[in-house]
Design a protein around this ligand. Sequence first.
Ligand code: DON
Length: 347
Amino acid sequence: MLMKWFNDKRAALIIMVVAMGMALVVPPSTTAGDIPTDPATLKRLVQEAHNKFKDMKEGKPADYIPELAKVPADLFGVAIVTAKGEIYTAGDVDYAFTIQSVSKPFTAAQVMQEQGSEAIMDKIGVEPTGQKFNSILATQVIPQVSVNPLVNSGAIAAVSMVKAKTADERFNKILDFEDRLSGAKLKVIEDVYKSEAATNQRNRAHGYILFASERIYSDPMEAVDVYTKQCSIGVTAKQLAVMGATLANDGVNPVTKERVIDARYVPKVLALMMMAGFYNESGKWAFTAGLPAKTGVGGGIVAVVPGKMAIVGFSPRVNDAGNSVRSAKAIEYIAEQLGANVFGSGH
Ligand code: DON
């Protein structure tokens, strides 16, 4: 009897020790390794990144959407939101700018929520192009036509897949999803929406090419219009960092605690961001920063350190690829200092 009690206890103890040992040596599969996340370090790094690049003038605000050229070019904000919901900021982090293409991975996530990740593979595609975000050529040489959900063509296709009976219902579902991701009540910046709607002939061409190829799933011009509105949603750097932190936190908004995206879709979203988030600069970005990220011509960039945090930059001056020069620099600096590269810290 005594022996049996002893053996049971010992077995339980061995199991506990082994389990504890495993917990000590095996990091959870979703974390990016052991990087500092203490308040002093993160507070210092956002400030340092802001100071280091605040005088940088490279690039210029996008002007193919006329209203975007009016955004003050010197605005610059840096924000980190951790997977625990702590917020660290420097500079213009409360200025609402248009989310533009940074919205694309989130709509892809919404489509996965409704229809599963296979639907993205089958009905859009997941291959990077090495071409610009609005490349017509890419849609002609890549058999899927829509290419992937992060270029304009695939993003328009993704919008067309959001289940709705009317354009308003489709847009409101997208806006509501972004509200839940950001924990805020976001709204369209109407002047930018009107300006893009009047000048988006190239995106309409994408809509018709998709239509002719049977790769769009609603009325094509309706999809282009809802997509244009989606791109015109205003976010601040801080709100965008909460959206990114929701991805870092396996789909649960760390501030509101609401689960917005199923955990199983988060790696899919991050994979898309890694492969195509910077368009024709995705290779360079992977090579230098090594983080899944998404850029927008409004000047925002969100990068995700899986399991840990989102790092956001906002600065309207973009380069030829449509990527914000200073935002990329600030994120790259913070990622390097933290050793946050998902391929290894290199430290
Ligand atoms: O469709 C467009 O051209 C814009 N609404 C979005 C493009 C964009 O943000 C490209 N990213 N850097």
